[in-house]
Design a protein around this ligand. Sequence first.
Ligand code: IMP
Ligand code: MG
Length: 424
Amino acid sequence: MPVEVVAGVQWGDEGKGKIVDILSQNADVVARYQGGANAGHTIVIGDKKYVLHLIPSGILNAKTICIIGNGVVIEPRALMDEIKMLENEGIDITGRLFISQRAHLIMPYHKLLDEARETSSKEATIGTTGRGIGPAYIDKVNRCGIRIVDLLNRDALKKKLRSNIQQKNEILSKIYKKNLMNEDEIIDEYLEFDKQIDPYITDTSLYLNEAISQNKHVVCEGAQGTMLDLDFGTFPYVTSSNPISGGACTGLGIGPTRIDKVTGVIKAYTTRVGEGPFPTEFDAKTAEHVRELGDEFGATTGRPRRCGWFDAVLARYSAQINGIDSWALTKLDILDTLDEIKVCVGYRWDGREHKSFPASLEQVETAEPVYTTLPGWKADTTGVRRMQDLPENALAYIRSLEKMTETPVSIVSVGFRREQTIMV
Ligand code: IMP
Ligand code: MG
């Protein structure tokens, strides 16, 4: 049974939730490896729509065990809210959700610092989701963060909280001129999470390694996407973790030799939320049109997503960084009505055409996309269930993307419903 990583390869919102939900139909375990409640994974089953931020999409599948790995940053309040939401929906999670002892916590001061930084005139606005993600990972790297395991030791937790709050109060008041936080209020609130979270806390790395040894089918779920990766994305307009497939090893505590397969989730066009360069971005009118067709509004913040053409330079780069075996191509149906479709095949800067994705932010910002134009198919694909039934030009579009990215397509999604999926 394979261990499979599912990663987004653009700027997030590729439709990982739906793909993980489908792949988890026959998975024993689904494990999330990075990010936090900045993610928003939308899954539609029948007439019900679920939006999950922290808990893996596999939770909607009654037999699947779900893991939140050490690489995830967890806000206890958001986690308890999500657990309650699932219980209210009648989804039984007893014995099916395990949270790593080693995962770091997002505290109220992380959100305050996120907001303060974003609104400060002295620092660049990233357009974050405001969930405290960056500041929580800063504390992890700075070795002062508080971990899930700390919730189980009230005395130690109190000490760690007090020193963190005092330090953050200095930053908030002296650098950002904000009000002080009330130390005791926060401590009282967080001491109470021990009993609520205790039933879920596990050594998830041990659990996963044993599951893999027992030949269980494991799906590792990434959040965000490669272009938001801290190391390989459009730095500094990135998130503070590693959404790339390699993040599954550090974020779950499994070795690279254990991973059999990497599926890249890629949208048939491109979107991005927040600030930062986007070479194939549409003009305002086309953006609005495709945004309406594709319902491109953030699942977490509701922000309208920026939209653009498929970028094959970016996709080829992502395929390499992630070691993608095959693509799950999503939202093909959104292009159904377009007369023609452009694909970026190169970037022009310094008077030359380049085929590789630049590291320099300034180069990405000034790169002029070189397009090839393909004819649209002007037909409804939402009812198609087999490759051979796709309109000729839709099939030709997919074949072109495979050739340009040197990676085959194994799944095509033609709608938000589970059944609107073509398994190649
Ligand atoms: P942060 O992760 O909240 O710090 O935000 C950093 C950047 O990542 C911003 O541009 C966000 O819009 C973007 N981002 C974070 N999470 C997601 C996601 O789940 N989908 C799409 N963009 C995201
Ligand atoms: Mg999303």
